[in-house]
Design a protein around this ligand. Structure first.
Ligand code: URA
Length: 275
């Protein structure tokens, strides 16, 4: 038996949006890894989404699986959605179609009008006259992007609950930048997400029981949730959506690292060893 799968972008307006995706003429390859292609979304495009998640930019797992928020950040978000009773009725897009390259590159393009124009077409398609009731933005770039869209659609924006959350990998980025420790930044992320949980739950139509138990300040089993099969393209192996890390940038220097994503079948998916 095969898995359910994401049917992709065959219907309008998404087919047209994919055809119109800007490339290196808009996303400067000095600042974006355009060579890995645009990664558009994850979740429902059939009008059944009730929450929109606006992330930042795709990373390694997303470049391979061709869906956004599939790796560590995505599993953390999937856990957050589960807490407010959402298992499949969401849709996710990123602030940027391509992975950000280099220090500060994301900030440089935070208000780029060409990037915003294209992104706003996706947000219009997903939010205007739609049953979405809440928007979750991940990090300051996503919050800024959402604010730019809201200025163009004030009537729709006024009907939506906006939960402006810290980015799910804030602990790693802040501690890597030397601003704080991983432990303190994880506690700060959890405090931030806890502060939004109740209001978010009040503004979404839960499909499953809510589990509003707050985050504990350190990750616990169950805080990360597997990506549902119907979010990935047909034929995606199960381990692409598992909690294992299976993709990494590797290389001896910056150029080889930019050119290389190493994909490794996780130990527990090495089924050939069992036959
Ligand atoms: N992957 C994404 O697609 N978006 C993020 O914001 C982070 C990781």
């Amino acid at each position: 038996m095969g898995n359910p799968f994401c049917p992709g972008y065959a219907s309008e307006p998404f087919a047209g949006l994919v055809l119109d995706a800007p490339g290196a003429e808009v996303f400067n390859p000095k600042h974006f890894r355009t060579e890995w292609g645009p990664v558009f979304h994850r979740g429902r495009l059939d009008g059944t989404a009730r929450v929109l998640v606006l992330g930042q930019d795709p990373a390694e797992h997303e470049a391979i699986s061709r869906r956004i928020l599939v790796g560590e950040a995505g599993q953390r978000v999937q856990g957050l959605l589960a807490k407010v009773g959402l298992t499949t009725s969401y849709v996710m897009v990123n602030t940027y179609l391509y992975s950000v390259y280099g220090q500060g590159s994301g900030n440089k393009h935070a208000k780029d009008p060409d990037i915003a124009r294209y992104r706003n077409r996706w947000l219009d398609a997903l939010l205007v006259d739609s049953p979405v009731t809440a928007v979750v933005t991940l990090g300051t770039l996503a919050s800024t992007a959402y604010g730019l869209w809201a200025l163009t659609q004030p009537a729709t924006a006024a009907t939506l609950h906006h939960a402006a959350l810290k980015h799910p990998t804030f602990p790693e980025s802040a501690s890597h930048a030397g601003d704080t420790t991983l432990k303190a930044a994880t506690a700060a992320l959890h405090a931030d997400w806890n502060a939004h949980l109740t209001a978010l739950a009040e503004h979404v139509h839960a499909e499953a029981e809510t589990q509003l138990e707050p985050y504990a300040g350190q990750w616990r089993p169950g805080d990360r949730v597997e990506i549902p099969a119907q979010d990935l393209p047909a034929g995606a192996p199960d381990w692409w959506r598992s909690l294992d890390t299976w993709a990494d940038r590797t290389g001896a220097d910056a150029n080889s690292k930019r050119a290389t994503i190493t994909v490794t079948v996780p130990k527990r998916a090495r089924t050939w060893l069992e036959v």
